[in-house]
Design a protein around this ligand. Structure first.
Ligand SMILES: CC(=O)SCCNC(=O)CCNC(=O)[C@H](O)C(C)(C)COP(=O)(O)OP(=O)(O)OC[C@H]1O[C@@H](n2cnc3c(N)ncnc32)[C@H](O)[C@@H]1OP(=O)(O)O
Ligand SMILES: O=CC(=O)O
Ligand SMILES: [Mg+2]
Length: 725
């Protein structure tokens, strides 16, 4: 590493050192020399343990491979299989019942159910937008997406379409009728909302078009008024707020007799600012960008200036929102989503910091220390702050089993000691996205029982790990088939069953996964209520618009009630979780080719932007033309599936190479309008195409099927090539 600074037994890239020294440490009360010395001690204590955990992963995988090869019968005996898993320590004994003891958890996590947005923190414009996505216009979300169909003159294109706006208003009125119903009549018949006073208390009155006057069926749902002229009516349902914006002069306000120009929903209650799978950060420069944005969010001063539709915008963090309650007392609600930060997992090392032997340190350790250090600014700030309860929320991905979770707990203990934080100030969200965590979930929770704030089914990584774990067992099903497989359902159900049994209700989130079709909002509206119905207190969405639409599901379903109902059922069966999605039927030549084409197209479309442009999350067309959110987890699935089919002769090497080359040309055409894009065809010799080949042809050898090692190496190669140009 050129240009480094030696501190506390560590060799730190100069740009990272200066970020910490000049921008992060000042104002935290932490003394620089003590910080670096303590950081050095922490690294030298924990890095060897981290390395040992990775060796254990490899050892267990080798034992699994060997078992599958020596047990060729299909289906195999589940009794024998489980006995083997217990013998190797893959399955650990389950201990006594217990409940988590996490305290100081903000309501957005502990108590109120709602959408959870995820955003690459490396992109300041998106990261700010996400932080501000606590509130979203339902009218805009419905009007601007396919949530309202375009038939019968309701097209989205062109100038403002009053017919379409009418449909938006009807849809919204029906939501209001379900969630904040009137004592008589419908919100569609309201000609005026009025706040009236009787006995010193104000209540909401609705004047109907037939001249009748009514109120809310549950008057306590009226939470207050806001706006300069009390022109915002604040309602509350399932602890989620709804604002009715009244303006009879406004073009939209004129479309309804009550003059409602907008309905704004409390939307992304929480947001994960992601340093992991949606981010391409391969060196100290990139990590500095990631940390600086997180720092800005924690200090509250992040801003970004950009041009959109020919106009310059400067985006900053939204302020809190002010209202007066029915007694006339002023109060505020948070203007921003509660922010969590997703660190990287235990796998990768980074040359941004070297230890006293010149080894790269584990990137997850660096993330743990530096993202927590940044968060001191929030803990020590006045209002408004991120965590009103004084906690720091860190999401830890890709952990395999209880020992790895216990390691994270130890890391967080050490970081708290280093930063002078009270024990368990650092909270952890455990991604249940590796098979060894799923099958030992209760023990994983126990390992962080006093700092746990969520368990979330990351079904995308989990699918990739499912394929990799059983790579040697046989060919797997096409990826879409997994949706109906017993393993997936048992995994999803089991997560909730165990979460509730461990007392997460009221203290922590039980979360569900990402809606990965960012443009298919009608489909999301029609289907994603399955998450609150399944008892999830949050579920992931890819954009602020999706957050606003998904918020409507939490008005339709009461999550606490669902959780009470579901906790009575029998726990999901381990045998089902342990039944891999192996292909039991033979596929036609056309089915095989279609699956190869689809996976290759998605893989290449994602990888080319990652390697050549450093974009960690992209919308990529699948073979049917649907834009899909692709990140490293979806890449893990497609690359592992192709590697699996290659290994088991479902396709040949030549066929796969032909597919990759043909699809590279398709992806080139799809990106033709991007001036920064470098075509892969006809040479197929750039680092992006090479990365795709590595991921597929060497996919079976990748640790747990992860894509990071290949992506990082090829992105660094691209950066080096660009540097000498
Ligand atoms: C398996 C897992 O780990 S899932 C977790 C990782 N995934 C994510 O984090 C998903 C993040 N989402 C995204 O990056 C994007 O939504 C994509 C790539 C899926 C689609 O992006 P694009 O096609 O560029 O978005 P699109 O053009 O539709 O919209 C862009 C606008 O939406 C906003 N936007 C889109 N996604 C987000 C987001 N996640 N958070 C905040 N704002 C967002 C942008 O700020 C932009 O608005 P602006 O112009 O006012 O700034
Ligand atoms: O991180 C989420 C996933 O699905 O993987
Ligand atoms: Mg994941």
């Amino acid at each position: 590493m050129s240009n480094t600074v030696h501190k506390g037994d560590l060799q730190i890239a100069a740009n990272l050192y200066h970020l910490v020294q000049d921008e992060i440490l000042p104002g935290t009360g932490i003394e620089a020399e003590a910080f670096w010395a303590g950081f050095g001690r922490l690294v030298h204590e924990l890095a060897p343990l981290n390395r040992a955990l990775l060796q254990r992963r490899d050892q267990l995988q080798a034992e699994l491979d060997e078992w599958y090869q020596s047990h060729p019968e299909r289906p195999w005996s589940q009794v024998e299989y489980q006995a083997f898993l217990e013998r190797t320590g893959y399955l650990v004994p389950e201990g006594d019942d217990f409940t988590i003891g996490t305290s100081n958890v903000d309501d957005e996590i502990a108590r109120v159910a709602g959408p959870q947005l995820v955003v690459p923190v490396s992109n300041a414009r998106f990261a700010l937008n996400a932080a501000n996505a606590r509130w979203g216009s339902l009218y805009d979300a419905l009007y601007g997406t396919d949530a309202i169909d375009e038939q019968h003159g309701c097209e989205r294109s062109g100038a403002f379409n009053p017919l379409r706006a009418g449909r938006v208003i009807e849809w919204t009125q029906s939501l209001l009728d379900q969630s904040v119903p009137l004592a008589a009549g419908s919100h569609a018949s309201v000609s005026a909302y009025r706040v009236v006073e009787s006995n010193g208390q104000r209540r909401l009155e609705a004047l109907l078009s037939n001249g009748d006057c009514t109120g809310l069926q549950q008057p306590e749902q009226f939470a207050g008024v806001g706006g300069e002229q009390d022109d915002i009516i604040l309602l509350r349902h399932h602890d989620l707020h709804i604002e009715l914006h009244i303006d009879r002069e406004h073009t939209i306000g004129q479309l309804s007799p009550a003059g409602v120009k907008d309905v704004v929903l409390e939307s992304a209650l929480s947001t994960i600012q992601d340093c992991e799978d949606s981010v391409a950060a391969v060196d100290a420069d990139d990590k500095v960008g990631v940390y600086r944005n997180w720092l800005g969010l924690m200090k509250g001063d992040l801003s970004e200036t950009f041009t959109k539709n020919g106009r310059q915008h400067t985006r900053t963090l939204a302020p809190d929102r002010s209202y007066r309650d029915p007694d006339g007392n002023p109060f505020i609600l948070p203007g921003r989503s509660l922010l969590l930060v997703r660190n990287v997992g235990h796998l990768m090392t980074t040359d941004a910091i070297l230890d006293n032997q010149g080894n790269e340190i584990p990137e997850g350790i660096m993330d743990g220390v530096i993202t927590s250090l940044c968060a001191l600014h929030d803990l020590q700030s006045g209002q408004p702050r991120n965590s009103r309860c004084g906690s720091v929320y860190i999401v830890k991905p890709k952990m395999h089993g209880p020992e790895e979770v216990a390691f994270t707990n130890r890391l967080f203990d050490r970081v708290e000691d280093l930063l002078g934080l009270a024990r368990h100030t650092l909270k952890v969200g455990v991604m249940d996205e590796e098979r060894r965590t799923t099958v030992n979930l209760k023990e994983c929770i126990r390992a962080v029982k006093d700092r746990l704030v969520f368990i979330n089914t990351g079904f995308l990584d989990r699918t990739g790990d499912e394929i990799h774990t059983s790579m040697a067992a046989g060919p797997v099903m096409p990826k879409e088939w997994n949706k109906d497989q017993p393993w997936l359902n048992a995994y999803e159900d089991g997560n909730l069953d165990i979460g509730l049994a461990c007392g997460l209700q009221g203290k922590a989130q039980v979360g569900k996964g990402m809606w990965a079709k960012p443009d298919e909002m009608a489909q999301m509206l029609a289907t994603k209520q399955v998450h609150p119905l399944a008892g999830a207190s949050c579920a992931w969405v890819p954009s602020p618009t999706a957050a606003t639409l998904h918020a409507t599901h939490y008005h339709q379903v009461s999550v606490p009630v669902r959780q009470q109902q579901l906790r009575q059922r029998e726990r999901a069966r381990l045998e089902e979780v342990l039944t891999p999605p192996l292909l039991a039927t033979s596929l036609s030549v056309e089915q095989v080719q279609a699956e190869l084409d689809n996976n290759a197209q998605g893989l290449l479309g994602y990888v080319v932007r990652w390697v050549d442009q450093g974009v960690g999350c992209s919308k990529v067309l699948d073979i049917s033309g649907t834009g899909l959110m692709e990140d490293r987890a979806t890449l893990r699935i497609s690359s592992q599936l192709l590697a699996n089919w290659l290994q088991h002769g479902v396709c040949t090497q030549e066929q796969l190479m032909e597919t990759l080359q043909r699809m590279a040309a398709v992806v080139d055409v799809q990106n033709a309008a991007d001036p920064a894009y470098r075509p892969m065809a006809p040479g197929f010799d750039g680092p992006a195409f090479q990365a795709a080949c590595d991921l597929v042809f060497h996919g079976a050898e990748q640790p747990n099927g992860y894509t990071e090692p290949v992506l990082h190496a090829r992105r660094r190669q691209r950066k080096a090539m660009d540097a000498v140009r």
